[in-house]
Write a protein that binds this ligand. Structure first.
Ligand code: ADP
Ligand code: MG
Length: 224
């Protein structure tokens, strides 16, 4: 559990009358508990690829499988169940809800779990402690530093205990030291919980910490 299979996936965007092919027949196998970086310059298709794996968007052709289940075979309910049970997502710009406290932001994904779970205060606190923010749970995002905000976002991605965490340039808005601390935190969770991490970056110092780097150029994988 926690594997991802991308099979010959292409993604086209239509912009007015032009067609932008963001991904060209990309194939990628990610095994459970991998810690893998998708590296590439801006516009190379990193966000598109992560959005397809998280079922935020669907491919023009090809398919994505999570633990052997094709996302293309699921209806909307099936996709939202799969997303809330198996996947956590960390965004480049944190995407926290400004009016909610750190605690409430982390609790948020639990409100959408259709099956089981429920809202366990102990779980929210445990995850906040995991990212070192137990003393900041009543702070709103604007009362936190960039690194602390991204830690809240990491906690929010982990609260549902996902098998797979996808992180789209999680360090891009952080200084290098703070970015390094976020990568270290992700590595530590990967080691201790066996969570699969797939993250994108264009920063060579971040790539250096991945166990495997897949390079994207103009929507194609160029060696790995
Ligand atoms: P990256 O995350 O590596 O910067 P993206 O996946 O965001 O790359 O974009 C890949 C290509 O697809 C770019 O040429 C981008 O302009 C285009 N693109 C991305 N999203 C859209 C969209 N919603 N509509 C049109 N073109 C898009
Ligand atoms: Mg991007």
């Amino acid at each position: 559990m926690g594997s991802v299979s991308v099979r010959s996936v292409s993604k086209d965007y239509v912009l007015g009358r032009t067609l932008v092919r963001a991904l060209h027949e990309v194939s990628l196998e990610v095994e459970r508990s991998e810690f893998i970086a998708i590296a590439g310059p801006s516009g190379s298709g990193k966000s598109t690829l992560l959005n397809l794996v998280s079922a935020i968007d669907s491919p023009t052709s090809g398919e994505v499988l999570i633990d052997g289940v094709s996302l293309q075979s699921l209806d909307d309910n099936g996709l939202s169940d799969l997303r809330s049970e198996k996947i956590g997502f960390i965004f480049q710009t944190f995407n926290l809800i400004p009016v909610l406290s750190a605690y409430e932001n982390v609790e948020f994904p639990l409100l959408f779990k259709r099956r089981g779970g429920g809202i366990a205060a102990s779980r929210v606190k445990e995850v906040l402690a995991r990212v070192g923010l137990e003393d900041f749970m009543h702070h709103r995002p604007d009362e936190l530093s960039g690194g602390q905000r991204q830690r809240v976002a990491v906690a929010r991605a982990l609260v549902t205990d996902p098998l797979i965490v996808l992180a789209d340039e999680p360090t891009a808005n952080l200084d290098s030291e703070t970015g390094q601390a976020v990568i270290d935190l992700m590595l530590e969770i990967n080691r201790s919980a066996g969570t699969t991490f797939i993250f994108s970056t264009h920063d060579p110092s971040v790539m250096a910490h991945a166990r495997r780097v897949v390079r994207l150029v103009d929507g194609r994988i160029v060696g790995s």
